[in-house]
Design a protein around this ligand. Structure first.
Ligand code: PLP
Ligand code: COI
Length: 356
């Protein structure tokens, strides 16, 4: 339990967007944010909810120099009865602790984390949108605040939670996206930080994403960092293929982010009787399947991306259209099944949802 959360409400309440489809992902923040400090002497302390706004930080703070920073991405949804619910929040809380362990940052008691989430979303409850496909995106993050240029673990940290009303992550919405298989840069290597959600992983990915975007692709599909042979994941989502009737997704090997949407999608698909394989899948196997017409569907899974169909794949100049560039039946069923549970329109037989 958090001893006390001080609440300072803003007095210049801003306008809540009425048409969520016009809001760019992650550009509009709700009225308040949660902050809490840590140091080894006092532990977690000074929990507060304050108006969203700038935070004064010394430019010598270690986060700016050595990137000791981790984050999470999760969502809360408006149910048809007007209530609000979180999707598998304890999975995000656990993953943040694993990310923190990798980069030597302190964990937080799970119930304390949940209490912070509940309190903040309660305060900004009116910001949870209700349109189909919309949600409140929640971004908890933590960074090193010790001032100094020596390379070691910081003693002090700031934990923050921001929230944003969002609709789809890609401008394409639920329409298929184009993906370029990256054969130059790598995102992560085994033994590195690929499985952790730390900002540095994303910094390393931006050059390839930029190149792909200049060529008209939405994201890159990463190959493994050693042989550049096996498929890993997409920039902001995990990847799944339907090849010759079977659903295949790359196994978690330490360099892939263990997606909560990935895990939930596999549970849903298996509950519907689909065979789902988690294994190594080489880019050659994928290209072969695409050439032989056996690549039936491809989609990405992620909190922001939800379930995003892939309509086109390109690798070293070879180009393939998947599912005639449209949405495949399994992709659509998965999207409907998952978002149905999340939005409270379909019974939550998995007990994934946590009411506010
Ligand atoms: N892979 C990467 C690199 C991501 O940034 C994300 C997004 O969180 C995912 C996969 C999907 O993970 P999740 O389903 O937990 O959001
Ligand atoms: C998420 O899906 O929550 C993510 O963190 C992806 C992000 C890079 C937008």
């Amino acid at each position: 339990m958090i001893k006390e959360i001080k609440i300072q409400l803003r007095d210049d309440k801003r306008e809540i967007p009425q048409d969520i489809s016009k809001v760019k992902f992650g550009k509009t923040f709700s009225d308040h944010m949660f902050l809490m400090d840590y140091n080894s002497k006092d532990g977690w302390h000074d929990a507060r909810i304050v108006p969203h706004g700038p935070i004064p930080i010394d430019p010598g703070a270690m986060v700016f120099h050595y990137a000791q920073e981790i984050f999470e991405g999760m969502k809360a949804y408006r149910r048809p009865d007007g209530g609000v619910q979180f999707f598998r929040p304890y999975e995000n809380i656990k993953r943040m602790a694993r990310s923190g362990e990798r980069v030597s940052m302190p964990a937080m008691d799970e119930d304390m984390f949940m209490e912070a989430l509940r309190k903040l979303v309660e305060v900004d409850k009116d910001w949870v949108p209700s349109a189909a496909g919309s949600s409140l995106y929640i971004r908890p993050f933590m960074f090193a605040t010790d001032v100094g240029l020596g390379v070691h673990a910081s003693d002090s940290y700031l934990f923050c939670i921001l929230t944003c009303p969002v609709a789809s992550y890609y401008p394409e919405g639920i329409n298929p996206i184009k993906i370029m298989i990256e054969d130059e840069d790598v995102r992560a290597v085994r033994g590195g930080t690929g499985f952790a959600k730390c900002g540095g992983n994303y910094a390393a990915s931006i050059r390839a994403s930029k190149r792909a975007s200049e060529k008209g692709f939405s994201q890159v599909l990463w190959l493994d960092g050693v042989e550049r042979k096996y498929i890993e994941e997409v920039g902001a989502m995990n990847i799944m293929f339907k090849i010759d009737g079977k659903i295949i997704t790359p196994a978690l090997n330490g360099s892939v982010l263990p997606g909560i949407t990935r895990m939930s999608s596999m549970e849903l698909l298996r509950s519907w009787g689909y065979e789902v394989e988690e294994r190594l899948i080489s880019v050659d196997e994928l290209m072969e399947a695409a050439k032989n017409g056996k690549l039936e569907e491809a989609w990405g899974t992620g909190t922001a991306a939800v379930v995003s169909p892939v309509g086109r794949l390109t690798y070293k100049g070879e180009d393939f259209t998947v599912q005639d560039g449209g949405i495949g039946p399994v992709t659509q069923k998965l999207y409907d099944g998952l978002t149905g549970i999340q939005s409270g329109k379909v019974e939550d037989t998995f007990h994934w949802m946590e009411k506010l």
